[in-house]
Structure formats: structure tokens, C-alpha cells
Design a protein around this ligand. Structure first.
Ligand code: PLP
Ligand code: COI
Length: 357
């Protein structure tokens, strides 16, 4: 046996208990240890080879720029097991390109798209047994991250970087899966500045959202609903997901320089147009919430999470989109269409799927 095959056999045996304890149908959005992670390091101006690791820990210099100055970017994508047993990965080239954008935003070395894709496939293949069964409705969450690992004490970019991909099986991000949930507007919190980092997937934005997120959860909301930080006039996004509203057979989603360009949202815009809806991406004034028949949050983790209501904490009023807790008809159609493509129940006519051979 080759060295890697011996390692695979050893680690699988070692992690047998973890596997056996997974309740596939009742997974939440949490971390479960899997067998292997993939790494690649950048030094002397170039990226090295992909490495396979079985430890969940890294050894990092105490002066690494990721620890002090926030040189960190991450991504999130999913792999799905179809009814045919095949594993499909959704739009990983888009995640690769977005990670490059994030790297431009905080001056980190960019990983080539092809290397990113090879690493994703390797991570999924080596942890294949953690891809949930089709019937469970769960999926394998793939988390790439890229960090400044080189030492620096002045506020300057590192000269060394580390790219890591780990995977973990997940269920729904919001409790209950495809059900409506409430959001809350609280103007005292922003996640990013008007000309800041909101359009990049960098760790600092998420640190900036923790207090607001916790407050929203304590008040019984699934997350905070952000308005633009400059004027508090237009809708930005819903926690770690983009927003869309539906009215007059139109899918409307905010255009803003401080929100993350969601790959899910872009896919839903295509599917909405194919379903015969008009699609508008533009500034959406907060008062327009009153006019939507349906509204939703969308993202890799959130998939399509229909919104029950948005409570405006400062103005003491609520915008209600569902009176019976059920998703509206357009949300329902879009959700099932997207899932059908991701799980391979419907043909992929857009080149969005990579089947893992
Ligand atoms: N907005 C934020 C802030 C996010 O963290 C995410 C998650 O990735 C999204 C939107 C949705 O983006 P995507 O659909 O590419 O996962
Ligand atoms: C995703 O949807 O992949 C995200 O990154 C959301 C996350 C921060 C949990």
C-alpha cells in the first residue's frame, strides 16, 4: 500500500466513533471533526504543493499578521450527495474568484483558481464518507480559509500565507430549515463601513457582527437586518446572507458596495428570470419593505430562508411577509429549483455543478 492509503485506513479507523455517532437527519450547523484537511503554503513569492493533514491544529508564528492585523479571508461552499450516490459541488469557481477578491482587499497572496478547485475536490474526496446521505437533506460544508502566517510587527502585509480547507457535515443554518424566521433592524450596529470591507469575505466583518448577532438572538430573532451604514436609508443584507424581496412578479435585491456578492443570490436571480420573473438589482429603500409580498435571506449556509417578518426596533414597527409561518409561493419555487440542481434531481443547464469522480 502507498503511504497515503495507509494513512487513510489508519485515520478512518481512528475516527470510526465520530462517524457512527452522526445523526444525519438532525444535523445542525455546527463543527464535526472529519478525517482530513488540505493545506498549501505561500513563501518566497510562490505557492507550494497541496498537503494532506489529519490534525485539526496548526502551528502559527506568534507575530503572524492574521493574529494581529486581521489578514484572514474565508469562503463557504457545499458538496451534495445525489439520489444517484454521486457527489456534486456547487459553483466552486465563483468561490475561488471571490477569495481572490478578498485577498486583493486585504493585500494577501492570491491562490490560483485551479489550485483552489483541486484543493476543494481533494478535501471532499478524502472525506467522502462525511458527505451526508441524499435522504437526510444535509450536505458537506466546505470551508476554505487563507491567512497571513508570516511574522510582522509593523502594520504591513505578511510575506507568508497559509491556505487551508476543512469540511464538516451540516444541516440547516437557521433552526427548522425551510421555514420562515424573523429578523430585526437595529440602527446602532453596522457590520462594515460604507467604503470599507463589506464586499469581501474577511474575518473582521464577522467579528464586527457578533455583538449585534447575539443581541438579535437574545431577543428571539434569527439575525440582524443591516441597513446601509452611511444613511441608514437602504437595505444592505441579513446577517450572513443577502436579501431579496418579491412583488409584482419581480425579484428585487439590493445593490450595495458594502454587502458580500452572494453566489446563491446570483444563482437565484438566474433561476427567477427562468421562472418568468423580472429581476432588479438596485438600491432598496427600507420603506419599500412594506410593499413586498415575500422576502427571503439567501446564502450557502442559509440556502433560501424565507423571512416571516422584519421588526424595526428603532421605529417600533414590523414588516410582515408571512402570517401562517409558511414560505410564500415564489420562495417555495426558487428554493426547490435551486436544491434540485444542487442535489442533481434536475439537469444542470448552467455549468454550476462539478461531479466528484
Ligand atoms: N453575505 C454574507 C455577509 C455572507 O457571509 C454570506 C455567506 O457566504 C452571504 C452573504 C451569502 O453568500 P453566498 O451565497 O456566496 O454563500
Ligand atoms: C456561508 O453561507 O457560507 C457563510 O459563510 C455564512 C457563515 C458565516 C456561516
Amino acid at each position: 500500500m502507498t503511504e497515503i492509503h495507509e494513512l487513510i485506513v489508519k485515520i478512518k479507523k481512528q475516527n470510526k466513533n465520530i462517524m457512527e455517532q452522526i445523526d444525519w437527519a438532525n444535523l445542525g450547523f455546527g463543527y464535526i471533526k472529519t478525517d482530513f484537511n488540505i493545506r498549501c503554503t505561500y513563501s518566497n513569492g510562490q505557492w507550494g504543493e497541496l498537503e494532506v493533514h489529519d490534525t485539526e491544529y496548526i502551528s502559527l508564528h506568534i507575530a503572524a499578521t492574521s493574529l494581529h492585523y486581521g489578514q484572514e479571508a474565508f469562503e463557504g461552499l457545499k458538496a451534495y450527495r445525489g439520489q444517484d450516490g454521486k457527489i456534486r459541488i456547487f459553483r466552486m469557481d465563483e468561490n475561488a474568484k471571490r477569495m481572490q477578491d478578498s485577498c486583493s482587499g486585504i493585500l494577501m497572496a492570491k491562490l490560483p483558481v485551479e489550485k483552489f478547485e483541486q484543493a476543494v475536490i481533494k478535501a471532499v474526496k478524502l472525506n467522502e464518507r462525511f458527505v451526508p446521505p441524499y435522504e437526510s437533506g444535509a450536505s458537506l460544508y466546505v470551508r476554505p480559509l487563507l491567512i497571513g502566517s508570516g511574522a510582522q510587527i509593523g502594520v504591513k502585509p505578511a510575506t507568508e500565507y497559509m491556505f487551508i480547507i476543512f469540511v464538516t457535515p451540516v444541516g440547516p443554518y437557521f433552526k427548522g430549515g425551510f421555514q420562515t424566521t424573523p429578523f430585526v433592524i437595529m440602527r446602532e450596529y453596522d457590520r462594515s463601513a460604507p467604503l470599507g470591507m463589506g464586499k469581501y469575505k474577511v474575518g473582521g466583518n464577522y467579528a464586527a457582527s457578533l455583538v449585534a448577532g447575539q443581541r438579535a438572538h437574545e431577543m428571539g430573532y434569527s439575525n440582524i437586518f443591516y441597513l446601509d451604514a452611511k444613511e441608514k436609508k437602504y437595505i444592505d443584507e441579513c446577517g450572513a446572507a443577502n436579501f431579496f424581496g418579491i412583488k409584482n412578479n419581480t425579484y428585487i435585491t439590493p445593490q450595495s458596495a458594502s454587502i458580500l456578492p452572494s453566489i446563491t443570490n446570483r444563482s437565484l436571480m438566474v433561476l427567477a428570470a427562468e421562472l418568468g420573473l423580472k429581476v432588479e438589482q438596485r438600491q432598496v429603500p427600507v420603506e419599500e419593505l412594506d410593499t413586498f409580498d415575500e422576502a427571503g435571506a439567501c446564502g450557502t449556509a442559509a440556502v433560501l430562508s424565507p423571512i416571516e417578518r422584519i421588526h424595526d426596533f428603532d421605529e417600533k414597527k414590523s414588516y410582515i411577509f408571512s402570517h401562517d409561518g409558511k414560505p410564500g409561493p415564489i420562495c417555495d419555487k426558487l428554493y426547490h429549483k435551486l436544491r434540485a440542481i444542487q442535489y442533481g434531481d434536475e439537469a444542470d443547464n448552467h455549468g454550476w455543478i462539478t461531479v466528484v469522480e
